[in-house]
Design a protein around this ligand. Structure first.
Ligand code: SF4
Ligand code: SF4
Length: 341
C-alpha cells in the first residue's frame, strides 16, 4: 500500500493528467459530477455523483459511423472517438460493481467494440466510502463500500490518501506516481474500514435483503397485484433509468447533417411509452408493464441470465432522484414482504 499527503493530491492529479485525461468528482450547483481535472479544479467531498460513471464507457450520446453518398456510391466512415486514454478518479464501490453488470451486456458476443475500446482505454481509481448515507444499500448486494475494486483502490482520510493497485493497468499507473507516494502500512485504512462498517450497520436500509428475488422468480412476481399500486403514480419520466449505473437501454438513430448521415446511439428508457415501438405498435402498452419490466429485469431476469448477479448495486440514486419518491427499495419491500428490511 502507498500513500500521499492530502496536500500532494493535486500533484498526483497533475502527474496523471500528463499522460491521460483525468476526470474527478467536482461540486456544482446541484451536487457533484465528474469534470476534467485541471489546475484549480478541486475534488468534491460528496458521497457520490448525480450521474453515474457509466457515461465514460457507455456515453449518453455517441456518434457511431458516418455515411457519405455520391451517386450510387456509399462511403462508410468510422468516426469513433473511443480510443483516448482516460482515468476516472473517486468511483465508489457500488459504481465499480456496476461495470461488471455492463460488461456482461456489452462484452458478450457480439462484443460492442465502442464499449470495449473505452474499457480498454480507461483506468478506474475507486474510493472507499467513509460517510455512507441513508439511501445507501450496497450491502444488500454483497458490495463492500469500505473495500472497493477498480484498477486502483483508494482510501481518503483527513490527512492522507492511500492507494492499492488491483490490476496490471492500475500498477502501471501507480508506477507513474511512485515519486509522489511512499510505502505505508494499512493502519489508518483499517481504522476507517471499521468505523464505516459500524455506520453501515446503523443505516435505515442495513437489513434490506435480496434473497426473495433472483433466478426462477418470474412466475411468483410477474402477476403480483401490487404492481398496479406501485406503478400507479409513475410519470414515465425515465429519471431513474438515466441516473442508474446499471441501466443500459439505448436507441440508434440516423441524423442527416446535410453533408452526410451520422448514425448515433443514445440512452433510452424502458419507462418510455415509445421504447422499442415497432411497426405493429408497442410490446408494453401500459405504464404498469413498463414499470414492472424495469424492476423484474433488475431483480429477476438479469440474475437469471447472469449466474445470480443482480442488476442493482444499491447506489441509492433512484431513491433520491425520482420526482414521486418511487424506487427499487419500495418495490423490494412490497413484493418481498413487510419484514424485508
Ligand atoms: S419510477 Fe420515478 S423516476 Fe422512474 S420513470 Fe417513474 S416517476 Fe420517473
Ligand atoms: S436501481 Fe436505483 S439503487 Fe439500484 S443501481 Fe439503479 S439507481 Fe442505483
Amino acid at each position: 500500500m502507498r500513500k500521499c499527503s492530502i496536500n500532494d493530491l493535486n500533484s498526483v492529479f497533475e502527474k496523471i493528467s500528463q499522460s491521460a485525461v483525468l476526470y474527478i468528482p467536482v461540486d456544482g450547483e446541484n451536487g457533484a459530477d465528474y469534470k476534467i481535472w485541471e489546475k484549480g479544479v478541486e475534488l468534491s467531498n460528496a458521497l457520490n455523483t448525480n450521474k453515474s460513471p457509466k457515461n465514460f464507457f457507455f456515453p449518453q450520446s455517441e456518434d457511431l459511423v458516418e455515411f457519405k453518398t455520391e451517386g450510387k456510391d456509399i462511403e462508410v466512415i468510422d468516426i469513433r472517438d473511443s480510443k483516448e486514454d482516460f482515468v476516472v478518479f473517486g468511483v465508489r464501490a457500488c459504481d465499480v460493481k456496476s461495470f461488471e453488470v455492463l460488461d456482461r451486456v456489452f462484452l458478450s458476443e457480439p462484443v460492442d467494440s465502442y464499449y470495449a475500446d473505452r474499457r480498454e482505454h480507461g483506468v478506474i481509481i475507486s474510493m472507499a466510502c467513509s460517510r455512507p448515507v441513508e439511501t445507501c444499500f450496497c450491502q444488500t448486494f454483497d458490495i463492500d463500500a469500505t473495500n472497493p475494486l477498480g484498477d486502483i483502490a483508494c482510501w481518503k482520510t483527513d490527512d492522507a490518501v492511500y492507494f492499492e493497485a488491483k490490476t496490471e493497468k492500475g500498477q502501471a499507473l501507480m508506477d507513474k506516481i511512485s515519486d509522489l507516494t511512499s510505502e505505508s502500512d494499512d493502519k489508518a485504512v483499517e481504522e476507517q474500514k471499521t468505523k464505516t462498517t459500524e455506520i453501515m450497520k446503523r443505516l435505515p436500509l442495513a437489513d434490506l435483503k435480496a434473497d426473495k428475488f433472483g433466478a426462477g422468480k418470474t412466475e411468483e412476481f410477474f402477476n403480483d397485484p401490487a404492481w398496479a399500486e406501485l406503478s400507479q403514480s409513475c410519470l414515465g419520466c425515465g429519471t431513474c433509468t438515466f441516473v442508474c449505473p446499471t441501466c443500459q437501454c439505448y436507441d440508434i438513430k440516423d441524423y442527416n447533417t446535410g453533408k452526410g448521415v451520422i448514425r448515433y446511439r443514445c440512452w433510452d428508457s424502458c419507462m418510455y411509452s415509445d421504447f422499442t415501438r415497432m411497426a405493429h405498435g408497442n410490446s408494453r402498452n401500459s405504464q404498469l408493464e413498463r414499470f414492472r419490466q424495469r424492476f423484474m429485469h433488475k431483480l429477476v431476469y438479469y440474475p437469471e441470465n447472469n449466474e445470480g448477479l443482480f442488476s442493482c448495486v444499491g447506489c441509492g440514486r433512484c431513491l433520491s432522484k425520482c420526482p414521486i419518491s418511487m424506487n427499487i427499495v419500495k418495490v423490494m419491500k412490497t413484493l418481498g414482504g413487510k419484514n424485508n428490511g
